[in-house]
Write a protein that binds this ligand. Structure first.
Ligand code: SF4
Length: 325
C-alpha cells in the first residue's frame, strides 16, 4: 500500500507527458503523466474513448508514444524491452476483460497454465509445483485443470488468468474490468482474493473499470481520464469524498449506492464524448459541463493541485466552492 513517503521511491512504471497520436490526427493520449509505485493499487476511470486502453497498451510496451517517455524502474521502456523483452513481459501482465475469450478455447486449463512456463523457458517441474500451490490458493477445484475455458464460470476463468500471471511471478497486473459480467457475490469474492494476493505477493495493480464501486473497494489512488487527458487524480478516499472535477462528480452521481443517505444528486451529462479527431477548444469537457463558463471554451485548463495529493484540470473546480462556503 502507498504510504506518505512512498513517492520518494522511483515508480515501477512512469509515464511522463505521454502523447499518442494515431494517423497524425487522432489524439488518443495528450500529455498524460502517471506514476505507478510498487505495491500500489491505482484505479483508472473514464468513459469509452477517454484513452484508458491506449494508456494501458503504452504502459505495457504494446504501442509507442508519439512523444513523452515511459520508464520501468527508471529505465526507458524501449531500452528495457531491447535488453530483456521476456523479463518485462513476465513482470507486467494484463488481465483482459473477457477472461474466457482471452484463454485459448482448444486448450485445457492444465496446458493454459503451463504454456507461459514454456514461452518464458522456465523449468517445468518447478512451475508445476507452483501451479499446484496456486491452484489451491486461488480456490480453483483440482478438476479445473482438465476443463476447457468454456466449461469454466466467469469467476473461475479470471482465477485461471490470474494463475497464468502468478506462475510467472508477475509483479504488475493491469486488470481491465476485472469483475465485468460477474454476479455481485462473485465480484466481492474476486476482489477480496485480489486484495489478499496483493498483500501476499506485493503486487502492483492498475485497475481499469467503469464500476466505481470496484474502484472504491480496491484502489488507493484514482485517475480520471477524459478525451485523452487526465482530468483528476487523487487518493480514492478524497476522490469519492470531495470530487473536484465536474466530470468526476457526474460519474460519481451515477454510481449505484445502497444507502439512500449517501446517494448524490444525479448529474446528467448531455451528448456523447466528442471525437478525438475534432477536439473542443479550451477545456475538452466544456461541451458537456454543467459548470461551463465563457472562459472554458477559450482557455485550456492545466492540471493543478487543489489539496494534498489531489490535482484537477478545471478553471472552476468544485473544491473552490467548499473553500468559499
Ligand atoms: S474548465 Fe470549465 S468546462 Fe472545463 S470542467 Fe472546469 S468548469 Fe467545466
Amino acid at each position: 500500500m502507498m504510504t506518505a513517503d512512498s513517492s520518494a521511491i522511483p515508480p515501477v512504471i512512469a509515464l511522463e507527458d505521454v502523447s499518442v497520436v494515431f494517423g497524425g490526427k487522432v489524439r488518443a493520449l495528450d500529455g498524460v503523466s502517471l506514476h505507478l509505485h510498487r505495491g500500489e493499487i491505482v484505479g483508472l476511470v473514464g468513459e469509452s474513448g477517454s484513452g484508458k486502453s491506449t494508456l494501458c497498451r503504452t504502459l505495457m510496451g504494446l504501442g509507442e508514444p508519439t512523444s513523452g517517455t515511459v520508464t520501468v524502474d527508471g529505465e526507458p521502456l524501449g531500452a528495457r524491452l531491447a535488453r530483456d523483452r521476456l523479463g518485462f513481459r513476465r513482470e507486467v501482465q494484463m488481465l483482459l476483460q473477457d477472461a474466457v475469450a482471452s484463454l485459448s478455447p482448444r486448450m485445457r486449463v492444465r496446458k493454459l497454465v503451463e504454456e507461459p512456463l514454456d514461452v518464458h523457458r522456465l523449468p517445468l517441474e518447478d512451475g508445476r509445483a507452483r501451479i499446484e500451490v496456486l491452484l489451491k490458493r486461488l480456490g480453483l477445484p483440482a478438476n479445473a485443470m482438465e476443463k476447457f475455458p468454456h466449461q469454466l464460470s466467469g469467476g473461475q476463468a479470471r482465477r485461471v488468468a490470474i494463475l497464468r500471471a502468478l506462475v510467472l511471478r508477475s509483479q504488475v497486473i493491469v486488470a481491465d474490468e476485472p469483475t465485468a459480467g460477474l454476479d455481485v457475490s462473485v465480484q466481492g469474492e474476486l476482489l477480496n482474493l485480489m486484495l489478499d494476493l496483493h498483500a501476499e505477493f506485493t503486487l502492483t495493480y492498475l485497475i481499469v473499470s467503469h464500476n466505481l464501486n470496484v474502484i472504491r473497494r480496491i484502489t488507493t489512488r484514482s485517475v480520471v481520464m477524459y478525451l485523452g487527458q487526465v482530468v483528476e487524480e487523487a487518493s480514492t478516499a478524497a476522490l469519492f469524498r470531495t470530487p473536484a472535477h465536474p466530470y468526476t462528480a457526474a460519474l460519481l452521481s451515477t454510481n449505484p449506492v445502497v444507502d439512500p443517505a449517501k446517494r448524490r444528486k444525479r448529474i446528467v451529462l448531455h451528448g456523447e464524448i466528442p471525437s478525438p479527431i475534432n477536439l473542443p477548444s479550451g477545456c475538452r469537457f466544456h461541451t458537456r459541463c454543467p459548470r461551463a463558463a465563457a472562459r472554458c471554451a477559450q482557455e485550456v485548463p492545466q492540471l493543478r493541485s487543489v489539496g494534498e495529493g489531489q490535482s484537477v484540470r478545471c478553471h472552476f473546480p468544485l473544491t473552490d466552492d467548499m473553500v468559499a462556503a
